[in-house]
Design a protein around this ligand. Structure first.
Ligand code: GLC
Length: 738
């Protein structure tokens, strides 16, 4: 059937497609090898080529990278093995149909896109969702994203992104699961499981692509695409493990990063793509380049021209060239000069065909795409409820002098650039439906709040007239809800900023309200940690909403009115401004720890003007209730785990959740290890006044560290165990590992 859509994109009718060619039989490995032997050199080069949708769709595609002039014929274009970028189900079906009519060997096309934190129903940005400390919740969000994305016709998503990040100047921190390697492991694994499920032939699943391999988040100066220079010690202990976690979860693709890592571009780095990825991390799937990264080898200065760039990438271990066509254009030249390349090309083609086979595309190239299913799946109420839940669990209460929660009777003046803005889906919400976004104003009204006035301001300008009007509108007993934040495009890809403050007019308005003793609750909508020193000084409460997605306004209202008790924690430190960057909780002790100040006040590792610790630490987040966290006995070893007994009490009068975090440190080690590193955590819910005695397991494996000259080693001896639920106050325990 071919499906025709009316102007609103809804399915109008379907007409019989009498010439649909379906290969009924499942292909096995041997048949794939036979198929490869039947392919011409050019057909094989085509299979490893992935072209942007705009070269196939009449309209509607969206570029996420730089444009490149392809320079190939229409016929060669149709040899490509996969297409990336925005399309709708009807276009994908028609393109697949034309491909099958043209394909001599009936090899189906694969369709890939960026479904990063939702498809049309958008969840909070990943950096926010990491703050839920609930991988199970994020697995469900990925499952929902797969249902929507596959119903629309896609088969692969370029997600999860698990780049460990320590520099909020880098705009893509919003896409990561933060500064901690374990959180990136746990959430990356959860997303892979949510997207892929147990069987990729299941038509409402997507193959996942973990990215960007590797250490793209360590771009120097936080400037996107810049060089990363990272020691092997850090690469192996911090940056590689999240990829290993996703590989062990069965991720089907790995995307090579744009940047030069330790002098060699990741896209042409055999140490990275073969020695590390294939041998050490045991990846068996498909490596795809990033957008245009193969030709960028010329800009990096490691390739003279296009033909050399394509050959270098292929030889280094890239199996799909994204968005350019160097390999398919020059393959004849390659093989003449470098005959060994054909065997490498065959291996690459085999990876691509195996993936297509795992997706069931040889049996059904249309993979069950059906307009009724698409209409049923997209943006359904159950998915919006999941988006609401994710947004309430990811928000972080940073300050509260008691003003929150508000009562519905509290007269509210709602103002700021996010007062009634729908631009809260955040970067990488490529197919999100902005019209669906619930604004803060919508949310407060839907909750039956008493909204006295709404004064929407611009991001970077609050006129004198507006700020006077706000001040004059406020009467005694009123509260101002000030919805501040960065514009969406100030973070995300290529969204690097040298300073991480809010626009100054937003701070001026907040300061003015403070000077008039007007009670102010600040809501924040942003994709990166910000310098909140002034916000902390002038606000009575600060609720970090991040970019919360489709249900953001409903989540903000439920949290402001106390229907939901904030439980999110920070997955990335909020520094005292750019001068403190890079900053993370897992710093090494140095030979002159500041803690030793008592003896000698100057010659220590410190700043003269700010503390060493960030303004808000990793793991920090308040609630409307207080919790008491107590170590509750001795640590017991049980098989491959150490069980940490903890007793948690809800001291408040509201049901709430808190996250008990377990960190380890090693007193004496072969290397200068971080003072503390997260090894386990547990989110628990408690009724008012209730206590729970829980046991949090530390997996023995998490004690291992990669040590230069020794490899992965579990060091024996004395460990310090730190227990906390706010990343600031710690209970200490000792653990001896024999
Ligand atoms: C972009 C991003 C990558 C994305 C790809 C396809 O440049 O770096 O994360 O998946 O292109 O859109």
């Amino acid at each position: 059937y071919i499906f025709l859509r009316n102007e609103t994109g809804c399915c109008r009718s379907r007409i019989k497609n009498e010439d649909r060619i379906i290969r009924k039989s499942k292909m096995d490995r041997n048949q794939i090898k036979v198929l490869i032997r039947q392919m011409t050199l050019e057909e094989k080069a085509g299979q490893v080529t992935q072209l942007p949708s705009r070269y196939f769709a009449i309209q509607g595609s969206q570029l996420t990278g730089t444009e490149t002039k392809l320079g190939i014929s229409e016929e060669k274009k149709w040899l490509c093995g996969s297409i990336l970028g925005k399309l709708d189900a009807v276009s994908m079906r028609n393109i697949q149909k034309e491909n099958l009519e043209r394909s001599r060997l009936q090899i189906p096309l694969m369709f890939m896109t960026d479904i990063v934190h939702g498809y049309q129903t958008i969840f909070p940005v990943p950096l926010a969702m990491a703050g839920s400390f609930d991988p199970g919740m994020v697995r469900e969000c990925a499952r929902i994203s797969a249902k929507e994305g596959s119903a629309a016709g896609y088969q692969v998503t370029f997600s999860p992104m698990v780049d460990v990040v320590r520099d909020p100047r880098w705009g893509r921190v919003m896409e990561s699961f933060g500064e901690d390697s374990k959180l990136n492991c746990d959430f990356g694994k959860a997303m892979v499981e949510g997207y892929q499920g147990e069987n990729l032939k299941d038509p409402d699943r997507l193959a996942a692509c973990v990215k960007h391999f590797a250490a793209y988040g360590a771009a120097e100066g936080g400037r996107d695409y810049n060089t990363s220079d990272v020691s092997e010690f850090r690469l192996r202990n911090k940056y590689f493990p999240p990829f290993k976690a996703c590989i062990d979860a069965g991720v089907k693709l790995v995307m090579a990063a744009f940047e030069a890592l330790n002098g060699i571009p990741a896209t042409a780095n055999p140490w990275l793509l073969q020695d590390i990825l294939r041998k050490d991390l045991e990846f068996e799937g498909t490596v795809i380049s990033d957008w245009g990264a193969v030709l960028e080898l010329i800009k990096h200065g490691v390739a003279e021209e296009e033909a050399e760039a394509g050959r270098l990438a292929l030889e280094s271990g890239v199996q799909i060239e994204m968005a350019t066509a160097a390999i398919v254009k020059h393959i004849e030249v390659y093989v003449k000069k470098f005959p060994h390349l054909e065997a490498i090309l065959d291996e690459a083609v085999e990876k691509v065909l195996i993936l297509k086979n795992e997706l069931g595309l040889f049996e059904d190239p249309y993979r069950g795409v059906d307009p009724e299913r698409e209409m049923r799946e997209l943006r359904s109420p159950d998915k919006k409820r999941a988006a609401f839940h994710a947004a309430t669990e990811s928000a972080v209460l940073l300050e509260n002098n008691g003003i929150l929660p508000l009562t519905k009777e509290t007269p509210v003046i709602l103002t700021g650039p996010y007062a009634e803005s729908k631009n809260i889906l955040g970067p990488w919400s490529v197919d999100g439906i902005v019209e669906d976004a619930i604004t803060v104003k919508d949310g407060l009204i839907l909750k039956g709040g008493r909204i006295k006035e709404v004064i929407q301001t611009a991001y970077e300008e609050v006129t004198e007239q507006d700020s006077d009007r706000i001040v004059q509108t406020v009467a005694s007993g009123d509260v101002v809800v000030l919805a501040l934040g960065e514009p969406e495009l100030w973070s995300g890809e290529a969204g690097s900023r040298s300073v991480i403050e809010l626009p100054e007019h937003q701070i001026s308005l907040l300061k003015k309200l403070h000077e008039h003793q007007i009670p102010v609750v600040v809501l924040l909508f942003n994709g990166r940690p910000l310098d909140l020193r002034k916000v902390k000084e002038y606000a009575d409460a600060v609720l970090e909403m991040w970019f919360p997605g489709t249900e953001g306004g409903n989540a903000a209202a439920a949290l402001l009115y106390g229907e939901k008790n904030p439980s999110g924690k920070l997955a990335m430190s909020f520094p005292y401004g750019s001068g403190q960057i890079p900053v993370s909780y897992d710093m090494a002790p140095t030979g002159r720890p500041k803690a030793d100040l008592v003896q000698e006040p100057r010659y220590k590792s410190q700043y003269l003007d700010i503390p060493n610790e960030p303004l808000y630490s990793f793991g920090y987040g308040l609630s409307y209730t207080e919790y008491d966290v107590q170590v509750n006995g001795k640590i017991v070893r049980q098989e491959q785990e150490y069980l940490v007994p903890v007793k948690v009490t809800n001291l408040g009068n509201m049901t709430g959740k808190t996250v008990v975090q377990i960190y380890i440190g090693k007193k004496k080690s072969l290397v200068a290890r971080p003072v503390k590193e997260l090894v386990a955590y547990k989110k628990i819910e408690l009724q008012p006044g209730k206590s729970k005695e829980i046991v949090i397991p530390i997996e023995e494996k998490t004690l291992e560290r990669w040590i230069p000259g020794k490899g992965w080693t579990k060091e024996k001896g004395e460990y310090t165990i730190l227990v906390s639920n706010d990343g600031r106050n710690f209970q200490r325990m000792e653990l001896t590992v024999g």
